[in-house]
Design a protein around this ligand. Structure first.
Ligand code: SAH
Length: 223
């Protein structure tokens, strides 16, 4: 397959695109200064490869390796905002994918653990974290529907693939006072983003907005 070579962007064009990217996030409701600052520091262009790299600053999900997707930036921003991450928090992300969401979280949290069922995605994301000097992210290959019991409990949990219900192991690995943000839904097309708070006495559920994510699949992938 051949593709037309694209002229590299001038520094001015790149700056202009990034400004529009941040403006677009604000207009979709990503208004918290800390979240916007983290998203300004992490260049989404580093997480998108090949022919889709030119679209890295558009507010749309894009294909990555292993048939998965990097989420839409405004959704990354809104989920990060809903997670209310503090600088002392330990965060668990299920669904490393490109590593973009984990990289944004790394600027807000003390430590980020991220898990994916595709070893290849974990390997590639780890290499990228190293190159970008994001030393507070630990990436692991595993079935994230079981959480990461060795490192539990977590202050915050974010799931970037949709399950029918919040997986039990994740609920039990959330600290009291902790927050989990995840898409839930019975089909690929109708899903809601929900926020779960763990209280002393149980869980509080809040529905945030409709979303569309790839499914949370149990077990490891073959690649
Ligand atoms: N957060 C990612 C986007 C994730 S796409 C980013 O910023 O780019 C959803 C990811 O969830 C995919 O990479 C998929 O492999 C992963 N996934 C699906 N089911 C999983 C499971 N049970 N455990 C871990 N990862 C899972």
């Amino acid at each position: 397959m051949s593709e037309a070579p694209e002229a590299p962007l001038t520094p001015e064009e790149l700056a202009e695109r990034k400004m529009r990217f941040l403006f677009g996030l604000r207009s979709k409701g990503v208004t918290e200064a800390r979240v916007l600052a983290a998203m300004e520091r992490i260049d989404r262009g580093d997480f998108v490869r090949g022919i889709f790299a030119a679209r890295a600053y558009e507010d749309m999900p894009l294909p990555i390796a292993c048939g998965q997707t990097i989420s839409q930036p405004s959704v990354v921003g809104l989920m990060t905002q809903a997670l209310e991450v503090g600088p002392r928090d330990t965060v668990l992300e299920i669904g490393t994918g490109s590593g973009y969401q984990a990289a944004v979280l790394a600027h807000l949290a003390r430590r980020v653990y991220t898990v994916d069922r595709h070893r290849r995605l974990v390997r590639e994301a780890e290499a990228l974290f190293q190159r970008l000097d994001l030393t507070n992210i630990v990436a692991r290959a595993g079935d994230g529907s079981r959480g990461l019991s060795e490192q539990a409990p977590f202050d915050r949990i974010i799931v970037t693939a949709a399950a029918e219900d919040p997986p039990g192991p994740l609920l039990s690995q959330l600290k009291i006072g902790g927050i989990m943000v995840l898409p839930v839904g019975q089909s690929d097309t109708v899903q809601s983003l929900i926020r779960v708070k763990r209280l002393e006495t149980g869980f509080d559920y809040e529905e945030l907005r409709p979303v569309r994510f790839v499914p949370l699949v149990e077990g490891m992938a073959s690649d």
